[in-house]
Design a protein around this ligand. Structure first.
Ligand code: SF4
Length: 548
């Protein structure tokens, strides 16, 4: 039974329990979200069992990760439990911990997580060997970098080297769900024109057996849509979408992924692989954003969401691409409506096209806006986007850019517990407590290095402004003075008797008492006693006037 089928039957699985622990939610809430299709838990039963692609043992489906501590950000707060707020140092320690399952076929390595807009925003990192560069060892190393720097899931997009071994190595070393685009494996030793239906089903089954947790299947690109891309600036930019378009034109037939959708679903159901319905017609530039081709494919994806669910298969939907900032909210709303709230997994989107080399930034800006409007998972973009294959450092930069986007989105959406982390770091910053600030920073070692580059002492200023100009330091002094919290300003006792008024004080009090006549216990200038402002002033200007 898949997570979706269990949820629909009212069963709370160990994976749902684990997701509930990690999200600070109740298991029943998670079950309801899964049943509704608004949340998916991509967890292939073989990856969960750590079977390394072999037939399942009786351990299948058990999730002893339930009950493992769920750490939030470092600091003094006992209620800091939101695990997505972990720093990269916490993640590194967890990955290197002795208690972590080790070995290639370690059961229970996968820590199930939920993807949906009612929980925290997730990020995905793409890696993969290409025919030009990279190796299995390098890809496993990239996986480690991705996990350490906050990737919640990882996609192996390998198109070169030994795809099967590389994929298995990645699955067997990962604590996070792994996704693939099976069509890449389908055309490894044949051209796209030679692809037959059997090849498709065989590859889907092979990868499901290996333990892949979710598949990108470009079943929404239909023959009818192809005429809509003719006027585009960048045509079809999805690899899977362009390959299938070529197949449809060559064969004169409908998209085979669409035709075989139910058969593919049956295989995926057996291993509880989740659909990530690919957006083969996503816009590849601002000029093509939200065009007829993209929206036509979205309608088909909406239909496929229901067909997948009817088969008991969990489903999320992929989204654009390159979208101007002002169209992002619209795109998120349309997807939610058309796809019946299936989790939206967006690539970026990039909000401008003219910064190659910096597209982790252009896209993180769009991703933040998407997260604010309810995108469930953000697929990272690295600085190498459009120009080359990402290396470890690019993976790190892409992950961090997207952690920023996801976290900013969670804050804007008011996700419970998201802001605690910021407020704690701000307190440490205001106190000029550098060790605590770096402990709380997502990438503390980098922040520490940048600080120490100029000044190797932790003191009440930094090299940015220097001592006399440090507004934090000045502000701290002012606050201490104004609030009276500084130890030197505190009274000896909270309540104590006045030592009395001296002769000067007595004289002052005499004058005040004598000079203002009193009428019925009120000063004579009180508004009850003086009809106008002028008469009040007159009383006040003659302080020794007799009582009336
Ligand atoms: S010196 Fe400037 S940048 Fe550094 S802590 Fe003070 S105010 Fe902040």
């Amino acid at each position: 039974m898949t997570q979706l089928e269990s949820a629909l039957k009212g069963i709370i699985t160990p994976s749902m329990q684990r997701v509930a622990e990690r999200e600070n939610r109740t298991p029943e809430f998670i079950r309801e979200e899964v049943a509704r299709g608004r949340l998916v838990i991509p967890a292939n039963i073989r990856h969960l069992a750590g079977s390394a692609g072999q037939t399942l043992t009786e351990t299948a489906g058990t999730v002893p990760t339930v009950g493992r501590p769920v750490l939030g950000h470092p600091g003094a707060r006992a209620d800091a439990k939101l695990w997505v707020n972990q720093t990269s140092e916490q993640r590194r320690q967890e990955l290197e911990s002795d208690t972590r399952p080790t070995g290639q076929a370690a059961p229970n390595r996968l820590d199930p997580l939920g993807i949906g807009r009612m929980v925290t925003t997730k990020i995905n990192a793409n890696i993969g060997a290409s025919p030009v560069s990279s190796s299995t060892d390098e890809e496993v190393e990239k996986l480690r970098w991705a996990e350490r720097f906050g990737a919640d899931t990882l996609m192996d997009l390998s198109t070169g080297g030994n795809l099967i071994d590389c994929r298995q190595a990645i699955i067997d070393h990962s604590t996070i769900p792994i996704g693939t685009v099976p069509i890449y494996g389908m055309i490894l030793d044949r051209s796209i024109e030679q692809l037959e239906y059997d090849d498709i089903l065989r590859e889907v089954e092979l990868q499901a057996k290996q333990g892949v947790d979710y598949f990108t299947i470009h079943a929404g690109v239909l023959r009818d849509h192809l005429s809509l891309v003719g006027k585009r600036t960048t045509g079809i930019v999805s690899r899977g979408g362009s390959l299938l378009a070529k197949w449809m034109i060559h064969r004169g037939r409908e998209n085979p992924m669409y035709e075989l959708f139910d058969e593919i679903s049956d295989i995926m159901r057996e291993y509880d692989v989740t659909y990530s319905l690919g957006d083969g017609l996503r816009p590849g530039c601002l000029a093509d954003a939200s065009d007829a081709a993209q929206l036509a494919e979205l309608q088909t994806l909406g239909e496929l969401v229901h067909r997948a669910r009817d088969k008991g298969v969990q489903v999320m939907v992929e989204g654009p691409g390159h979208v101007p900032m002002d169209q992002i909210g619209f795109n998120m709303e349309v997807q939610q409506k058309v796809c019946d709230d299936a989790p939206f997994y967006v690539l970026g989107p990039l909000v401008t096209d003219v910064f190659p080399g910096y597209d982790h930034i252009t896209s993180a800006i769009g991703a933040t806006e998407a997260a604010r409007h309810g995108a469930a998972m953000l697929c990272y973009v690295t600085p190498k986007e459009h120009v080359g294959l990402p290396r470890e450092q690019d993976v790190k930069e892409g992950c961090i850019a997207y952690k920023i986007a996801a976290h900013a989105g969670d804050i804007a959406r008011g996700v419970d517990g998201a802001r605690q982390w910021d407020d704690d770091l701000s307190r440490a910053r205001a106190a000029l407590n550098w060790p605590m600030q770096f402990d709380l920073a997502f990438d503390g070692p980098t922040a520490r290095a940048l600080h120490d580059e100029d000044l190797e002492v932790d003191t009440d200023f930094c090299a940015m402004c220097g001592h006399d100009w440090c507004s934090m330091r000045i502000s701290k002094e002012i606050q201490e003075f104004a609030s009276g919290k500084d130890a030197g300003f505190q009274p000896e006792q909270r309540a104590q008797r006045s030592p009395g008024v001296d002769s000067n004080g007595q004289e002052l009090l005499e004058k005040r008492r004598a000079k203002l006549p009193v009428v019925e216990d009120q000063h004579a200038c009180h508004s009850d006693q003086t009809p106008t402002e002028d008469s009040a002033r007159a009383v006040q200007s003659e302080p020794n006037a007799p009582e009336v």
